[in-house]
Design a protein around this ligand. Structure first.
Ligand SMILES: Cc1cc2nc3c(=O)[nH]c(=O)nc-3n(C[C@H](O)[C@H](O)[C@H](O)COP(=O)(O)OP(=O)(O)OC[C@H]3O[C@@H](n4cnc5c(N)ncnc54)[C@H](O)[C@@H]3O)c2cc1C
Length: 388
């Protein structure tokens, strides 16, 4: 099968690049190893969960997730004042936004478990904004712009080989090998995951490998919890929902209710590192519910839904070295020394390869835009992509 550009990874970076190539009526395929779109953008809904599907039908887009009762287990916020690409994209896609709820007091829990309730909350500046219907709404809106024939879900890129005509890509889908020939490949996969899972022939230059290895996957070691209630009951007591704990299992808890407050929801990052979470997996829900009760009172003990997403357990996001080091922002990924022989045949688009905002959603858009700028515009080939 032939195409002009293969995009590997259907997170925000890969999808936004695909949407732009689609707009320009360019020839591309988008290959995604998971059975869903979005990568680190992942939301759950109170309705029936999305069914796994290897074809891009309405199930894999989980339309139930695009109402107001959709909750983010990956990214939640963007900051329009400092994220111009996100601001523009959200506006272009016609998505509604609302500010993170921050009115009222906050709760602080010391390392010994002592609880202090404050009348004032900590307000973040610039103020984080949320998207109506959760971050997944962004993925849904981008996916709606694509020719779905060009998407391959549950399709894992394993090998890239340079040849006289461009690049040959080997993928595994449903236990079958697929081979694609393309002029170039854009890797919109966390660099460390790509280095671990994709074999390059010829090998990437040592300097490039080292640079890629030094780009930690942002948030790969983290886990997130969402608890959903019938209404945001903490607001009735002039509490913002914000809690900071130094003992855990949860470290930082925020209001995650939909804009209209028709449900109450709290999201939290864990205080415990990946190893401890794994060791205590069986009792994790019980332990964190006990902590929620201590912080918010007995109503917090009976959520309608309670989800945990441990990104450290996701091999398509995290590699072993991501788990053993302190979370740090990737830097320098926008200045990769590609070197011979791959040069323009191989481009890197994941958020970790973004500029100032590497690691963030904005970084994914920065990296995708930088790749787009390297794809020659005049080279509009006939739509040679032959899709079964
Ligand atoms: C818990 C959490 C909270 C966060 N909070 C925020 C926030 O509030 N604001 C913010 O700006 N950022 C936040 N981030 C960061 C943000 O999620 C990322 O910057 C962004 O989603 C990265 O997008 P991406 O497309 O670069 O990579 P990804 O979303 O990781 O997408 C990469 C894709 O590649 C696929 N893939 C991997 N290997 C292969 C292969 N061999 N073949 C085919 N496909 C493959 C993966 O399945 C995945 O879908 C958060 C991240 C996490 C985990």
């Amino acid at each position: 099968m032939h195409t002009e550009t293969i995009i590997v990874g259907a997170g925000l970076a890969g999808l936004s690049l695909a949407a732009e190539l689609q707009r320009q009526q360019r020839d591309y395929v988008l290959i995604e190893a998971r059975e869903r779109l979005g990568g680190r953008i992942f939301s759950k809904t109170l309705a029936a969960p999305a069914k796994a599907s290897a074809s891009l039908d309405s199930d894999s887009l989980d339309p139930s997730c695009f109402g107001s009762h959709c909750f983010d287990l990956g990214p939640t916020w963007f900051w329009p004042q400092v994220n111009p690409r996100m601001k523009q994209l959200v506006s272009d896609l016609g998505l509604g936004i609302f500010p993170q709820y921050q009115s009222g007091g906050m709760v602080i829990q010391s390392d010994t478990g002592f609880i202090l309730r404050q009348n004032q909350s900590w307000t973040q500046n610039p103020r984080p904004m949320r998207i109506n219907g959760g971050m997944q709404a962004l993925i849904h809106a981008l996916a709606a712009q694509l020719d779905h024939q060009r998407l391959r879900l549950a399709c894992h890129l394993t090998q890239l080989e340079l040849n006289a005509d461009g690049v040959t890509a080997q993928c595994q889908q449903d236990g079958c090998e697929q081979t694609w020939q393309a002029q170039r490949v854009v890797i919109a996969v966390p660099p460390r995951v790509a280095l671990r899972d994709i074999s390059f022939t010829p090998a990437l230059p040592k300097a490039t490998q080292q640079q890629l290895q030094q780009l930690p996957t942002w948030m790969a070691s983290r886990a997130k919890m969402v608890a959903v209630y019938s209404h945001p009951f903490w607001r009735d007591r002039q509490q913002s929902g914000l809690a900071i704990s130094q003992c855990g299992p949860l470290a930082e808890i925020h209001d995650a209710s939909p804009a209209d407050g028709s449900k109450g929801a709290l999201f939290a990052f864990f205080h415990w590192p990946a190893e401890q979470r794994e060791a205590q997996q069986q009792t994790l829900k019980t332990q964190l519910t006990e902590q929620l009760v201590k912080l918010y009172g007995p109503q917090a003990g009976e959520p309608e839904a309670l989800w945990i997403q441990d990104w450290a357990q996701e091999p398509l996001t995290a590699v072993a070295s991501d788990l053993n080091e302190a979370p740090q922002h990737p830097s320098g990924g926008d200045q990769l020394m590609q070197g011979e022989p791959w040069q323009q045949r191989l481009l890197w688009a994941a958020s970790e390869c973004g500029g100032h905002n590497a690691g963030y959603l904005e970084g994914a858009l920065e990296a995708a835009a930088a790749c787009l700028a390297q794809i020659p515009e005049e080279q509009t080939l006939p739509m040679a992509c032959s899709l079964p």
